[in-house]
Design a protein around this ligand. Structure first.
Ligand code: SIN
Length: 468
């Protein structure tokens, strides 16, 4: 038992992001609850299970998410402010990971290598502790959970205190799907530091995984070091989008807006700064403003609404302050930019005349802003323009996602090699795919979620030398 945490009995409210009505009052987990959940996970870890059994668990949860898709999407939309269609897309995204990892569970029942009288086996690393964010209340839990269960690791998660109702529903679906309780526990709490401390320092938790800010990720990583846990961190981004003079402008604009519609720009892979070659800057900007203006606004729960709300009033207010700061630094607002105090709605806002070293470019925006930086290409070769853009793109401590738009295969090839990011979208700005290893480099963290190697972070290797 960890004596440093202090978690007395208390409650907290969960609010509707749009109406600000109280959706529920929940009781914070106590030290005793956490102890019971971790102990149950440890017991579960030591009970042998086959890959086939765990595959069936993932398939059964997939069925639940499919059957209750609208019920869950409505909860996600209310808690997070995202549109119903965005919430439905999030559930489909989560389900991709369940479908992806289900067959991989069986691969745990075989050695991964047999060579020259040796065998190499993957083994489940142990109980996994996780902290997940509010921007994907369902998909960020499921992406980690699916890999953990496929590997054979019981999973203890603390969801964001802003969106715990989705997590509790997922827990309920696992029970309906017949999962043994020890496989999955949800720690509901708004005592973030104390619960975080508990999950990162309990020696029975073998692996810790976090999606959230770089600042918090560094603190949690330091705490994990005391018991040498396996750690994976998916942290903040500052995604550049490069639009070359030969780019398909309509495609670039469509992709850019689709990227920012996800979670109303509140994602780690959101386009944060748009570098456009001067030759196409006017055409791109005009098309972007038209596209943004054409988005359907309204109640996020209405199926036709295309623009979500932000997670809190504070988030909307901060976004407005960023716009004011950008204006003070010389930016021009081409659409949006107006804010009604007391609302969590902030309009998609296109900013031109932005410079590479403005605050709105250097900081992670986490909101529906589109800062356009025009790259002067007069008298420059195509190669010199792309080098200038790549230099700007890499001029950050973040390294999660980057996007490049050009019709020239060589430019695409050169960009994908030189961009210092874990993920590069070439003529696309929507990356999510269960077959892909999602994750960053530099201060965007380490570890990968999804893909063929997605079990790596939840397993260790054992080399066996059979008796000759
Ligand atoms: C994130 O914002 O943390 C995840 C985004 C994604 O999976 O696309």
């Amino acid at each position: 038992m960890n004596s440093t945490t202090h978690l007395p009995i208390s409650t907290f409210n969960v609010y509707n992001s749009v109406t600000h009505d109280c959706l529920a009052t929940l009781t914070n987990v106590t030290e005793k609850d956490i102890e019971a959940m971790i102990s149950a996970a440890v017991i579960r870890y030591h009970i042998p299970s086959t890959g086939q059994e765990r595959q069936q668990m993932l398939v059964a949860l997939h069925e639940q998410l499919t059957e209750y898709r609208y019920e869950l999407a409505t909860i996600i939309s209310k808690e997070s402010g995202k549109t119903l269609s965005d919430a439905l897309a999030e559930i489909d995204y989560a389900n991709q990971y369940l479908a992806w990892f289900a067959p991989l569970a069986e691969s745990m029942d075989e050695p991964i290598e047999v060579a020259d009288k040796i065998e190499v086996w993957r083994e489940p690393v142990g109980v996994v502790g996780a902290i997940t964010p509010w921007n994907f209340p369902c998909a960020m839990i499921i992406r980690k959970l699916a890999a953990a269960i496929a590997a054979g690791c019981p999973f203890v998660v603390k969801p964001s205190e802003l969106t715990p109702l989705t997590a509790l529903k997922i827990k309920m679906y696992t029970e309906t799907a017949g999962w043994d309780k020890g496989w999955f526990a949800v720690l509901v709490s708004n005592q973030n530091a104390a619960v975080g401390q508990r999950l990162t320092t309990d020696p029975r938790i073998a692996k810790f995984t976090f999606t959230g800010s770089t600042r918090v990720g560094k603190l949690l990583n330091a705490q994990c070091a005391t018991s040498l846990k396996r750690v994976s961190l998916e942290l903040g981004g500052n995604a550049p989008m490069l639009v070359l003079a030969d780019a398909d402008i309509e495609l670039a604009v469509t992709q850019c807006v689709a990227n920012k519609q996800r979670g109303t720009g509140q994602t780690c892979v959101a386009v944060n700064r748009i570098y456009v070659a001067a030759a196409v800057a006017d055409a791109f900007t005009q098309a972007l403003v038209e596209k943004v203006n054409a988005l359907t606004k309204g109640d996020p729960l209405h199926p036709d609404t295309q623009v979500g709300h932000m997670i809190t009033l504070d988030a909307a207010n901060k976004t407005h302050n960023r716009v004011q700061q950008a204006i003070a630094q010389g930016a021009k607002v081409l659409c949006g930019g107006t804010y009604q105090a007391g609302s969590s709605y902030y309009p998609h806002t296109v900013l031109s005349h932005v410079q590479h070293d403005d605050d709105v470019v250097c900081d992670e925006i986490f909101g529906p802003l589109y800062p356009i930086i025009t790259i002067d290409d007069a008298g420059l070769t195509n190669d010199a323009v792309i080098q200038r853009m790549l230099k700007c793109a890499n001029d950050t401590q973040a390294g999660l996602a980057a996007y490049v738009f050009s019709r020239d295969k060589n430019v695409i090839l050169q960009s994908q090699r030189q961009l210092q990011y874990g993920m590069v979208g070439c003529n696309t700005a929507v990356l999510g795919n269960a077959a892909a290893p999602f994750g960053g480099i530099k201060q965007s963290g380490f570890g990968r979620e999804g893909g063929r190697l997605g079990l790596d972070d939840f397993t260790h290797l054992k080399y066996i030398k059979p008796n000759a």
